[in-house]
Design a protein around this ligand. Structure first.
Ligand SMILES: [Zn+2]
Length: 283
């Protein structure tokens, strides 16, 4: 099977709507740092576990000290053509919605209307004690008022992706707390070892139920939370199309695999829609 954009569009036009499952590979072209996980930790080789965050104040302090340096890059990122292509597919009625493993909200900012944030959203912070939700911007402003953040451009990255932050920066870091009750606050994302809320999972299954096929873009499906939806779609006899460079855990399940960089393929898809007023996909 050809890996051209024409091949992709032919597949998408053959039956619809599709549901897209997107991962980090769709946001890297927006300058979102490639996290080892989806927790929003930056410059840290060890992804934090949910239980560590909840029970260990030192681990929390370390998380926030690094996340404080990574967040500005996420906040400054803009959607790219991959996001734009999915907006267009939705507008044409070819896409029922997007299930994203990304926490950057770029699909919504691009204009996609039906989006499920499977792993939550990094732009919100939630109190584990009273449940108050605060915007990350407000929390980041607090962090920057109470800490002297080092200049990240001067940091040396080690081969394992960790950075040599000044010891005292981490140990002296003032972690944020709930402004309402003084409790422990956590970014609105699902850490490793954490659980995707069951209403969110149910929403995903419903989106797949009303779709005719699943399109995975830019994810190796390394975590079960995404892989199970591929299995669910395949169990319904629906085609599974994967756009990813490198292996995925669903390669043996898929009907088509495009191994090119997903960004370039989706960018060509966006350009196709920009350059044509026809909608031959409905043929
Ligand atoms: Zn609280």
């Amino acid at each position: 099977m050809s890996e051209s954009v024409d091949s992709l569009l032919a597949i998408l036009g053959s039956r619809h709507p599709w549901v897209a499952l997107t991962g980090a590979g769709i946001s890297s072209a927006s300058g979102i740092p490639t996290y080892r996980d989806h927790s929003g930790t930056w410059l840290g080789s060890q992804p934090i576990q949910h239980d560590e965050f909840v029970t260990d104040p030192l681990k929390r302090q370390r998380y926030w000290s690094r996340s404080a340096l990574g967040w500005p890059r996420v906040a400054a990122a803009h959607p790219n053509k991959s996001h734009t292509a999915l907006v267009k597919l939705e507008q044409l009625g070819l896409l029922a919605g997007v299930i994203t493993q990304n926490v950057d909200r770029l699909h919504q900012r691009a204009g996609s209307r039906s989006v499920i944030d499977l792993h939550g959203r990094l732009d919100q912070v939630k109190c584990l004690d009273c449940g108050k939700v605060e915007s990350r911007k407000v929390v980041q402003d607090w962090i920057e008022r109470h800490n002297a953040l080092p200049d990240t451009s001067s940091l040396t990255l080690r081969p394992d992706g960790d950075a040599d932050l000044p010891d005292r920066y981490v140990s002296d870091f003032h972690a944020p707390y709930c402004g309402a009750c003084g409790g422990v606050v956590m970014p609105g994302v699902v850490f490793f070892g954490g659980t995707v809320p069951s209403p969110v999972v149910d929403d995903c299954y419903q989106m797949i139920d009303v779709s005719e096929g699943m399109l995975v873009i830019g994810s190796s499906l390394s975590v079960y939370s995404g892989l199970r939806f591929c299995r669910y779609a395949v169990d319904q006899g629906k085609p599974l199309v994967i756009l990813n460079q490198g292996q995925t855990r669903a390669d043996d399940l898929c009907t088509h695999k495009f191994s090119r960089a997903p960004f370039t393929l989706m960018a060509e898809c966006a350009d196709y829609f920009l350059n044509t007023s026809q909608e031959p996909l409905h043929g």
